[in-house]
Design a protein around this ligand. Structure first.
Ligand code: GDP
Ligand code: MG
Length: 437
């Protein structure tokens, strides 16, 4: 996997006390190898490393305080460029706007059609119409109706018509006369690329002239994804790519490869089976994900919005002096709560999303924690090590929790304190600085 390989590449840098031209070159060779293995075209991979190297030399990487980090940043910036640089918007200029979905069976077209309709309805104030053009499986039409029902969006289907072109045309007529301003056409896919499917989708495409033709691809399919993207693009000249199932173990190497092969922007990603699991694609965030840094940028952005700088400074001092206690923990929780949904936040912490994949995080996950801390004496809060079994029992009773929960919190707290101390080290300094410390 690309991330592991890049990890390995950067490991070379981390392993050396001093960065030299030799190990920068070595690292970049590893990076190039990793890109090649992830199906990035040879020339693109070569240009990529050349650009990073030129920049590294230009910025005198070797003379900076943290050359390893700077090099990682240069690689991240180039990866971002490789994936399109900026966010690619969706063209909603039509009357109505027609959006055509293409892709193999099982890639997530029907699910994504629903997600997009939901997104346009709730975030863009649109009135979308979903159209069922998968005429081969009656179950496919039912599926779209279920999706439409979930999000309160009308679904247009013709059960006794097996011509997707005329269904799509009729749907657009229906949209025009009923005030729908976006028409999302869900189509049939096959398990593999074949002529019949390609002809069919090309015919629909020609007939309805969509503003947006989107190619939907399962991000877990690797090399196949790239070939499929190429085949569809050759016939449809599509406008954008949708990467689905990014909630799995994949870290998004496909994003890199697809973009570099078809040179079309990735517009959205799917991150789950629910209708809300849709995100606008941010190349820079994906670059971080590929590099295994988690979505640090989003986390920092959100933290910056909410974090009280003064508070952060005080906190940093306390951590440095080893005085971080449960009262500070409570303050942290309040800060985190202001930042928003816990699940999102956890997903942004490098490594944490994987570790916590199976843990259910409730929105009021902090309720018990707060109750437990409130049941401690001020002295216990500042020096948790004095809490013995007897007191733990009392605290559990006082907070209406179980002793296991108290134990668990104490353990978590211990881990957190350790982590915070680590954040004081070379790697974490910048994060703390960015957070206003
Ligand atoms: P289609 O054949 O292209 O229309 O694909 P579907 O929309 O029917 O999706 C195929 C399967 O993938 C279904 O079980 C979906 O629930 C699932 N699926 C679609 N998108 C996602 C996603 O972003 N994440 C996850 N985990 N599953 C997804
Ligand atoms: Mg489908």
């Amino acid at each position: 996997n690309l991330s592991d390989k890049l990890d390995k590449a950067f490991h070379i840098l981390k392993g050396h006390g001093k960065i030299t031209e030799v190990n920068v070159a070595e690292t970049l060779k590893e990076v190039r190898r990793a890109l090649l293995d992830a199906d990035v075209n040879f020339k693109i991979a070569k240009d990529f490393t050349t650009r990073v190297k030129d920049k590294a030399i230009g910025q005198n990487v070797l003379t900076t305080l943290q050359p390893g980090q700077l090099l990682v940043k240069l690689v991240k910036d180039e990866l971002t460029e490789l994936m399109g640089g900026d966010v690619a918007g969706i063209n909603l200029s039509g009357h109505p706007t027609v959006i055509l979905m293409s892709g193999l069976q099982g890639s997530g077209k029907t699910t994504f059609s629903g997600k997009l309709a939901h997104y346009l309805k709730t975030k863009k104030n649109k009135k979308p119409l979903l159209v069922a053009c998968d005429v081969y499986r009656p179950a496919a039409i039912d599926q779209l109706h279920v999706v439409g029902g979930q999000i309160g969006v009308e679904v247009y289907s013709e059960r006794d018509n097996n011509n997707p072109v005329s269904i799509a045309e009729n749907a657009i007529k229906h949209a025009k006369s009923n005030g729908f301003n976006v028409v999302i056409v869900d189509t049939a896919g096959r398990l593999a690329v074949d002529e019949e499917m390609m002809n069919e989708i090309a015919n629909v495409h020609k007939a309805i002239q969509p503003q947006e033709t989107l190619f939907v691809v399962d991000s877990m399919t690797g090399q196949d994804a790239v070939n499929t993207a190429k085949a569809f693009n050759d016939r449809l000249d599509f406008d954008g790519v949708i990467l689905t199932k990014l909630d799995g173990d994949t870290r998004g190497g496909a994003a890199l490869s697809i973009k570099s092969v078809v040179n079309k922007p990735i517009k959205f990603v799917g991150t789950g089976e629910k209708m809300e699991a849709i995100d606008v694609f941010y190349p820079s965030r994906m670059a971080e994900r590929i590099l295994g840094m988690g979505d640090v940028v989003s986390l920092v952005e959100r933290a910056q919005e909410q974090f009280d700088e003064e508070e952060a400074r005080k906190l940093q001092k306390k951590i440095a002096k080893n005085e971080f206690g449960f009262d500070d923990f409570l303050t942290q929780i309040q800060q985190v709560k202001k930042m928003g949904n816990m699940k999102d936040l956890v997903g942004m912490i490098p490594g944490a999303s994987k570790a916590m994949k199976d843990v259910e995080i409730e929105d009021d996950a902090f309720k018990h924690i707060e109750a437990i801390i409130h049941s401690m004496t001020p002295k216990e809060r500042s020096k948790p090590s004095i809490i013995d079994v007897k007191r733990k029992n009392r605290i559990a009773k006082g907070s209406g929790t179980k002793i296991e929960q108290v134990n668990q919190l104490m353990k978590q707290f211990d881990q957190m304190s350790k982590m915070m101390k680590m954040m004081q080290g070379p790697g974490g300094k910048n994060l703390m600085k960015m957070m206003g410390g």
